[in-house]
Design a protein around this ligand. Sequence first.
Ligand code: PMP
Ligand code: GLN
Length: 385
Amino acid sequence: MRHVPGPPSKLPGVGTTIFTVMSGLAAEHGAINLSQGFPDFSPPARLIELVAAHMRAGLNQYAPMAGLPALRAAIADKVLDLYGRRVDAGSEVTVTPGATEALFCAVQAVVHRGEEVILFEPAYDSYEPAVQLAGGVAVRVPLRRPRFDVDWDRVRDALTPRTRLIIVNTPHNPSGAVFARADLEALAGLLRGTRVLVLGDEVYEHMVFGGAAHHSVLTHEELAARGMVVSSFGKTYHATGWKVGYCIAPVGLTQEFRKIHQFVQFSVATPMQAALADFLVEAPEHHRQLAGFYQTKRDYFCRLLEQTRFRCTPSPGTYFQLADYSALSDLPDVEFARHLTIRYGVAAIPVSAFSSGARVERLVRFCFAKDDVTLDAAGERLKQA
Ligand code: PMP
Ligand code: GLN
């Protein structure tokens, strides 16, 4: 067949996501997959029953574009309960197919050609391609090591008259770092008098450890007024494969957001939405207890890592744990992650996949959202490394 040359790539620097690559490699080599972030246990049985019941009852056609009213109301109630902010379920909450689509639509909705978007590095992999497709320019500000906290002076230096958006991710993937109240204050102070908007990626909002609070953008009056906040039911309900999330934003921003969302996805799986609406009302203890549940897993996994030559500081949030492998190998992290998968049978994510620069770090990310038997088996293999 004759090869017809394709058009120039819109994302010339982009390959296949590291999560796809590492999960593929794990499957190919029968490795324990602690790379891509997903639980190996099920959503609550009751939630699954509710989905099935709604399917049987006939909820199998398009949901409204912005989401089922009952789910939007339940989200608004949760936001009031947890963050003390009353958001309007009709005009400020949009249900989305996961956080990924919400982040993409949020960026497309507000970033114009040539405008700058500040990201913190390491940055979740979907942010920069979204910025590029909007014609924007990503400006990466490195997080401070070893705690992966924000140096707000560097953010001040990165702000220009062209800055349109800043993307903040707390709790942070891959480091697990969480914002303090002072971070929100610093951000608000820097943005006062500017036109810069805030995109809060808060998909790990219910996984903050040590009794600390999750400092949502929604808890801050000034930031909420210029903020779009994204979350994901996939993380909270052990259901990453359902791809249901949401975006909360003031009316004007939500209107622009929906103009994009309606043509990217239009609407989200109806029976899942109905079940999540019921479950949020029926079982709020699920999200209230999630931090304790994952803190126990983190501690369990860190104790296993203590018996290996990996070094780590327990993650303050998320279901990820960074581990330093410098005592094991001099390989760059991408090669080390491949080697660990193929030779020792445990897959992890190289942290450089979240970065653009040439920083040399001997860090990999493990996902500990796994049953103890899985973590035990991984621990045994990591001891051999
Ligand atoms: N943001 C961050 C920081 C994530 O880690 C993830 C996925 N793990 C997402 C967004 C995407 O979430 P979803 O699966 O709901 O699209
Ligand atoms: N967010 C998940 C992670 O960080 C992966 C999601 C995906 O594969 N796109 O592992």
